[in-house]
Design a protein around this ligand. Sequence first.
Ligand code: SAM
Length: 247
Amino acid sequence: MVPFMEREVSAKIRLYVEHPLGEAQTLPLSREQAHYLFGVMRLGAGAQVLVFDGQNGEWLAEVTQAGKRGGELCVLHQTKAQQMPPDLWLLFSPIKKARTDFIVEKATELGAARILPVQTAFTNAGRIQRDRLQAHAVEAAEQCGGTFVPEVAELQKLGSVLDHWDSARRIMFCDEGAAAAARVLPDLPGPWAVLIGPEGGFSPQERDRLQSLAHAHVVSLGPRILRADTAAVAALTLWQQAMGDWG
Ligand code: SAM
């Protein structure tokens, strides 16, 4: 195989596509993508955009057909190799809509590999709009230059997630009740998940269960109680700094 070389490109618009990418591949555009490229961004035939499919890196593509309801791109050459995030999941309890959107967006930017909304004893939201949250993850990946889009899972009960948990995956249990200085993140390799509770915190039963798990590590995010969205960003940042792909 010819070694891949990253190239300078001037195209700025990045689009996630669900077709496997490769040289000379033709990509049909959905109505929404056509509206965005030709209606909102005012591109026309011959314009260049960057595309990624979450598996095969980023590619430069040219608009070959531009219509109101659809269009077509032709893939030219690869511009970036695929970069997978570390094996880090985010488990969080959904909160208000805009703040939940924020958590999904920031988790994608910060390099979470999978996002699992979980229902805890004190979770207010009884359901989520998974497709909407997934679309936020796609938009965040398009905007941040990433080549990977984390899957947003359906809402599941925390208890049932823990019942089926693979103990090889450690849990960074962010507990506002943990003594600030005593509970630090251990630097241990392997798969991890960050767990953030709802506005009401964890119930005593949930706390007891999590504390009893050998693969769960209680971690403090400092002496102040953070909002759940702030806590998610802080915890992912801490984990990435200690064990992630930041350098
Ligand atoms: N209602 C809770 C209370 O007043 O004690 C606060 C819950 S906090 C808004 C939401 C979640 O963020 C918590 O369940 C926890 O996972 C995380 N969190 C917030 N501040 C934290 C801290 N200082 N240390 C560890 N986790 C924290």
